[in-house]
Write a protein that binds this ligand. Sequence first.
Ligand SMILES: Cc1ncc(COP(=O)(O)O)c(C=O)c1O
Length: 416
Amino acid sequence: MKDVRLDFPLLRTHQDLIYLDSAATSLKPQIVLDAMNRYYTDYGANIHRGLYAISEEASSEYEETRQVVADFINAPSSQEIIFTRNATESVNLITYALGREMVDPGDQIVTTVIEHHANFVPWQQLAFQHDAEFKVIDCLENGDLDIYDETGRIDLSGIITTKTRFCALTLVSNVLGTVQPVKEIIKAIRAINPKTLILVDAAQAVPHMPVDVQDLDCDFLALSSHKMCGPTGVGVLWGRNEILAHMPPFLFGGAMIREVRIEETTYDESPHRFEAGTPDIAGVIGLKAAVRYLQGVGMQTLYKHEQELGATLLKQLQEAFGTKIRILGADSRLPRIGLAAFELEGCHPHDVAALLDEENIAVRAGNHCAMPLHARLKANATTRASLYLYTTHDDITKLVTALHKVHTRLCPSIKK
Ligand SMILES: Cc1ncc(COP(=O)(O)O)c(C=O)c1O
């Protein structure tokens, strides 16, 4: 894993930087930049409509990404891969295109309190606009969802009903770092209401662990390229073909139509029906390079590396600060990715982040687009360190040492 650092040019141009903000966006390996550059320098034409060589090359490179992404998440068909701008747009595509058609007054839309706003606000607004009930699954003090009975089994009776149209779940929380038992939750939902459509937010999962849409048995899955070594500006929505085939369009315009007459417009098949206008061609080609890069590393290897690093991060923080630190989700028994969002006694997270920056350490402070979760756990804001394949044990040690300095500076009177 150590050698992968050489693949990331930003780590060469900022040799002293300790980048611990990969949950916000990951660094990009050179081969992703090269792939995008090659598109612009060698065959940078628009796709699908050009009957000349470089346009055909661009179309084929773009379309090939669908198959590469489909294989990566084990989708049955590349036709089920829709390119969007980001995970947020992938969720909105479903709430706009399908939600508006399907949700009636009195129906229920279910999500959880641990969601990123991207998988919370679109559903909340859909529910509000259609007089549907917006049900939010609570969590416990350790951040685990409050879905277990006394024997530890998942029990969704009272949450999922015959009126539940949609359920939106995150696979990995961007604040807790925990991997949710989404496969088991989906099983429990299907046992109560097999017609509930289930969207999995995998924005923090796909970059860090193997994800298999068929194994999860979800209906839709959203991800963002920029969190998985790919460029910004590209997201993916995976959906089951049988649903996408009947789903109305989201955005209207060029590239998504079959025939346009003054009286009427007919639409192309999925996935093109959902990709109106010129897409981020270079970005999609960059995403293909990113997926191939991650496959080269091996998702199991990467996940194992992150689990090890994540455990070290938690252990070192807890050993260094004891009761003076509160790491959200640290008491959960669920598996985790390498991420810790924490409160340090007496220190405002923004001050912590600003002082860490003086030590060349990049972390994020705030609510991380998860206000309901912070409110639920009574944390105004947290400092978040998030790791990835290029993070080393040495980075973690340096973070903890720098945090000591920061703590002493901000709270000279608090005894360690
Ligand atoms: C869990 C989760 N879901 C969704 C998103 C939204 O991703 P994007 O901003 O790329 O749409 C994020 C971004 O941080 C996230 O962490």
